[in-house]
Design a protein around this ligand. Structure first.
Ligand code: ADP
Length: 360
């Protein structure tokens, strides 16, 4: 096996070297700061072949530290989210599949009037599946998933935010098809405020420049997804750039039932037993009106802990010794876990959706 592995590794590095030859030397490649984890343009599995020189050139002079940072913290694995994991939201999912995923799978036929929107805004209460949709899109379309929260651009990477934005878009283009998911987009692209500091203003300007560049070229297979709980704070220009704006609401009864049933199915397969009849599930669903998907998940987690708390010798028990989770655990947990979204918030989303949302 060791020999086999070595062989494979040798093959892949010679492939990489081969891909670089003709476009530039290995040294030249290193100078661009593009780390090993990235497929060089033209390498097997990279669909950006043919523009090697140009692309190495594009990364030249860019900060290696920031490239690594994006690679390690921002490129995420989206493989674990599938459409069926997302409860409810059937019309949003259908619409996203048709208008965004299909074109990403077969860009040749979705051109001109059929070209997909390159900016998608997902708005609605927190914890309703916006991030899950972003990951499912990336997963289903075979895209590289870049995920960052806008607040980390403005606070965590102090002083580097502007450069980060530039490199982020550049790498996304090199790794296309790509999905860039920006959480809390409102905090980055809010309407101009008097007390806005210079650094945030510059990040915002850079972001808009990059967004304009990436979305105006049909050949760039990049989807920008902005997620927000505060769509009202987006400025007009930004709102227009996100051509498609989908409301991701709280789960209705059907969706809450799907969510609980899926948790039961998934957890039972892992050996965490439930003892819940259809009637029990229905009662929990009725008692959770106004809960977000994240609230529902928290409720299930809380309920799942109760049988464990009742065990005396926690270090020596097996999972088969733990009694199944039942309705009374959910009833108790409902005293701890409450809906996090208020009806006032909901009214705000409803109005904004009526005014600006994309309806299918
Ligand atoms: P958002 O991005 O809208 O704030 P997320 O997509 O990050 O919310 O969801 C947070 C968690 O809540 C998920 O990891 C999942 O456990 C649960 N969740 C939220 N919405 C759904 C949904 N529609 N279906 C299944 N689980 C959900």
């Amino acid at each position: 096996t060791i020999g086999k592995n070595l062989n494979l590794n040798n093959n892949s590095s010679s492939n990489q070297a081969a891909a670089l030859n003709g476009g530039g030397t290995e040294d030249e490649y290193k100078k661009t700061g593009l780390s090993r984890k990235f497929k060089p343009p033209g390498a097997p599995g990279s669909n950006t072949g043919g523009k090697k020189n140009e692309q190495c050139e594009q990364l030249k002079g860019m900060d290696q530290k920031l490239i690594d940072l994006i690679e390690n913290e921002i490129v995420e694995n989206a493989a674990n989210v599938k459409w069926e994991d997302i409860a409810g939201l059937s019309s949003a999912k259908e619409s996203v599949k048709e208008t965004i995923v299909w074109p990403m799978l077969n860009p040749q036929i979705f051109t001109g009037i059929r070209a997909p929107p390159k900016g998608l805004l997902l708005f609605g209460p927190p914890g309703t599946g916006k991030t899950m949709i972003g990951k499912a899109i990336a997963n289903q379309s075979g895209s590289t998933f870049f995920s960052i929260s806008a607040s980390s651009l403005t606070s965590k990477y102090i002083g580097e935010g502007e450069k980060m934005v530039k490199i982020l878009f550049k790498l996304a283009e090199m790794r296309q098809p790509s999905v860039i998911f920006i959480d809390e987009i409102d905090s980055l692209l809010c309407a101009r405020q008097e007390n806005e500091n210079e650094a945030s203003r510059r990040i915002k300007t850079e972001f808009l420049v990059q967004m304009e560049g990436a979305t105006s070229r049909e050949e760039v297979r990049l989807l920008l997804i902005g997620a927000t709980n505060r769509p009202q704070e987006l400025d007009d220009a930004v709102r227009r750039r996100f051509v498609k704006k989908l409301y991701i609401p709280l789960p209705n009864m059907v969706a809450r039932e799907q969510l609980i049933r899926r948790v039961i199915e998934r957890e039972s397969a892992k050996g965490n037993a439930f003892d819940m009849s259809d009637q029990d599930i229905l009662e929990v669903v009725q008692a959770t009106k106004g809960f977000s998907g994240a609230d529902m998940t928290n409720l299930c987690k809380e309920a799942a802990l109760i049988p464990i708390r009742q065990c005396t010798d926690i270090t020596n028990i097996q999972s088969s010794d733990i009694r199944p989770i039942n309705k009374s655990d959910f009833v108790k947990s409902l005293k701890q876990v409450k809906a996090t979204v208020t009806s006032k918030d909901l009214a705000g989303y409803f109005d904004w959706n009526n005014q600006f949302g994309s309806f299918e």
